[in-house]
Design a protein around this ligand. Structure first.
Ligand code: KG4
Ligand code: ZN
Length: 347
């Protein structure tokens, strides 16, 4: 069939997602998040996330089927994230998908979570450009990928060598006493501050890391955010030592500017030097207003066509898993069988 009906399951972190697509058309995207249960710990607790997936999996599945007015036996294929992510969390989704596959006899496709973040772009575009760049920025990943074929040719051009950008937002928000998750809080507060007030460091931007186009340095397209977090902590300590009030909004705005400046400049550099003329922005931090704005500006200046899916498709969800599997099916790809396991550090 040319337009397969695919149900996708996502459970790699704190979102239990079940999405249904027909080919490149989104039918429904049901998501249940356990974020509230992690708030008081200031980070996702794997054990709690796994238990929450177990509670939410069947209701989320039922909600997705009801929303889309689809019977389980009518789907053509099932798909599930098998990595990377939290081991116990992944296992709940994979166990659920295998149970459904065995019970219904439907083919099952195991997919890579990061590639699914890119595959979600299909829901707008139908087909992705041949030589696509993907900038994924979330609490777990900060990566620039070159995608020639979603099923078989995804190349990592650069990534963070320490914290993910969202993680840096969360850690700095904690230092500023803004609560968890910190990204949205810093985004809001930054709007009242001066992004040029404090010059925070841009990680891995020195010539010894960048090199030149002819002789690239060791981290030309990579990022580092741990030094930035330390710089913010030092700035606050220094204010306290001098007995001056911490200019919180300026700190938030200047921190955000440092993150967004280095993310976008390196992503655009990676694209222009690799002949990439289309870029997809995804991940939870793609909701950030300044990241959206500066990526748009710099892509436009560099002649790169930018796609930013709606926020609900940028954060973790099941529709991206289904969309990727649907593309693999339409391209003649084979199902994974039932014997696969989870891989928490899947490349
Ligand atoms: O993709 P996501 O929902 O989960 C994974 O990490 O996979 O991303 C969550 C991350 C958190 O670190 C959160 O602080 C960050 O995305 N985030 C934001 C914004 N909204 C969410 N960071 C900056 N600005 C935002 N508006
Ligand atoms: Zn993700």
């Amino acid at each position: 069939r040319s337009e397969p009906l695919v149900l996708g399951i996502e459970s790699s972190c704190d979102e239990t997602g079940v999405g249904i697509v027909r080919g490149t058309t989104l039918l429904t995207n049901a998501v249940s998040s356990s974020m509230e249960e992690h708030v008081r710990f200031g980070g996702v607790i794997p054990e709690i996330a796994s238990r929450a997936h177990l509670d939410a999996m069947v209701p989320t599945l039922q909600q997705a089927l009801a929303d889309a007015d689809v019977e389980l036996l009518d789907v053509d294929a099932l798909a599930v994230t098998s990595g990377p992510g939290l081991s116990g969390a992944l296992m709940v989704g994979v166990a659920a998908a295998k149970a459904l596959a065995v019970a219904t006899g439907k083919p099952l496709f195991a997919v890579n979570h990061l590639v699914a973040h890119v595959g979600v772009g299909l829901l707008d575009a139908g087909r992705l450009p041949d030589n696509l760049g993907a900038l994924l920025v979330s609490g777990g990943h900060t990566e620039i990928l070159r995608v020639r074929n979603l099923a078989s040719d995804v190349e990592l051009l650069g990534s963070t060598i320490d914290d993910a950008a969202g993680e840096a937002y969360d850690k700095v928000a904690r230092i500023l006493g803004l609560g968890y998750p910190g990204g949205p809080a810093i985004d809001r507060l930054a709007a009242q501050g001066d992004p040029a007030a404090i010059r925070f460091p841009r990680g891995l931007s020195q010539p010894k890391y960048l090199g030149t186009p002819e002789q690239p340095g060791p981290h030309r397209y990579d990022w580092s955010f741990s030094g930035l977090k330390t710089a913010v902590a030092r700035f606050i300590e220094d204010c306290e030592a001098r007995g001056v009030e911490v200019p919180v909004a300026d700190v938030a705005a200047s921190f955000q500017e440092a993150v967004v400046d280095i993310i976008t400049s390196k992503a655009v550099l990676a694209c222009t030097e690799n002949g990439i003329t289309s870029l997809l922005l995804g991940g939870g931090v793609a909701s950030n207003s300044r990241l959206r704005q500066l990526t748009r500006e710099r892509c436009e200046a560099a002649g790169i066509t930018l796609t930013i899916p709606p926020s609900s498709l940028c954060t973790d969800n099941g529709a991206m898993v289904a969309a990727l599997a649907a593309r693999i099916i339409m391209d003649g790809g084979e199902p994974s069988g039932i014997g696969f396991g989870t891989d928490s550090s899947m490349p």
